[in-house]
Design a protein around this ligand. Sequence first.
Ligand SMILES: NC(=O)C1=CN([C@@H]2O[C@H](COP(=O)(O)OP(=O)(O)OC[C@H]3O[C@@H](n4cnc5c(N)ncnc54)[C@H](O)[C@@H]3O)[C@@H](O)[C@H]2O)C=CC1
Ligand SMILES: Nc1nc(=O)c2c([nH]1)NC[C@@H]1CN(c3ccc(C(=O)N[C@@H](CCC(=O)O)C(=O)O)cc3)C=[N+]21
Length: 313
Amino acid sequence: MNTGANEVPETVLASTVAKPFIEELRQGLEKLDRKPKLVGFLANSDPAAVKYADWTKKTSEEIGFEYELRTLDKEDLEEGILQANEDDLVDGIMVYFPVFGNRQDQYLQQVLSPQKDVEGLSHIYISNMYHNIRFLDKEKTQKSILPCTPLAIVKILEHLAVYNSVLPYGNRLYGKTVTVINRSEIVGRPLAALLANDGATVYSVDVTGVQKFTRGEGIKQIKHHVADVDTDWKEAAAQSDVIITGVPSPDYKFPVELTKYGVVCINFSSEKNFGPEVKEHAALYVPSIGKVTIAMLLRNLLRLIDNKKQRSL
Ligand SMILES: NC(=O)C1=CN([C@@H]2O[C@H](COP(=O)(O)OP(=O)(O)OC[C@H]3O[C@@H](n4cnc5c(N)ncnc54)[C@H](O)[C@@H]3O)[C@@H](O)[C@H]2O)C=CC1
Ligand SMILES: Nc1nc(=O)c2c([nH]1)NC[C@@H]1CN(c3ccc(C(=O)N[C@@H](CCC(=O)O)C(=O)O)cc3)C=[N+]21
């Protein structure tokens, strides 16, 4: 814990945030009669993907899940996914991206059965998230799955009390302004939508420009909408209470001197997007989030198993 003013900012580690979720996962496993099995498909040599795959395996096995990494050629990936979709011994599947690095990757993501999609990137889940729909069925017995990296960031913001628990559930980011530097389909865009659905004003920045995600003035709408805005990303950053970065480049450093003192900084890139000067401005700094992402991945896996049980009742 931070005791003196000299120690600002508090660096918050993903392992600290992940801890209660890992405990919850262990308890969830005790209620099952077998070890759930997660299969990861690796069809590239991207070092970040290889490292992440090794590390998903280690963490899954430590907690008590079974994990199998299937390494194969790009050309065999679709067939491999289809086979795992049909295999009753496989509970969850994930594919490490990028594979082709273009729209074919989005196609491959949709080949994966939604019933086994631990990352929550299937069209049905993303669509439910964009429309703020929480359940898969009318009876509300099967929960929709949220994309695991955006969900991990939400859990981190809850841990940091950026989510104001005095406000009603669903509006807990009302009054907060967030800048997200990344608008990929797997993290940045769904993240902006999720935070805006919870009441925040979100500036989503990528190489092409800035978009603003909100629920309108006074958060009157039930789901977010998106507008292209002229706001310069630097202006957005200056107004923000939270800066979230995901730039996959070792040379990129977010210019933290643009921000307000007391800002909250979170980096989800595998590269360090904040330099040491983050300490001059931030109140709270989260240098990486991977451990929380994996906890959410496995949480989604238990949820998929539960949804399957609900369907068979
Ligand atoms: N910690 C975790 O759980 C996860 C981490 N990652 C990591 O996050 C990073 C990003 O991954 P993806 O979103 O898949 O990458 P991507 O390459 O699909 O997207 C990068 C995004 O950053 C934007 N961008 C790049 N340079 C920029 C700049 N100078 N200014 C503003 N925007 C810029 C791009 O326009 C794009 O929107 C990678 O390092 C990846 O390894 C990805 C998934 C999960
Ligand atoms: N379908 C798919 N989903 C992904 O989530 C995905 C992917 N493909 N392809 C590869 C990238 C890479 N990635 C990272 C995860 C955690 C850290 C991270 O935060 N690592 C920590 C901890 C590392 C450790 O403790 O060993 C760190 O770098 O400090 C980085 C990168 C997810 N990816």
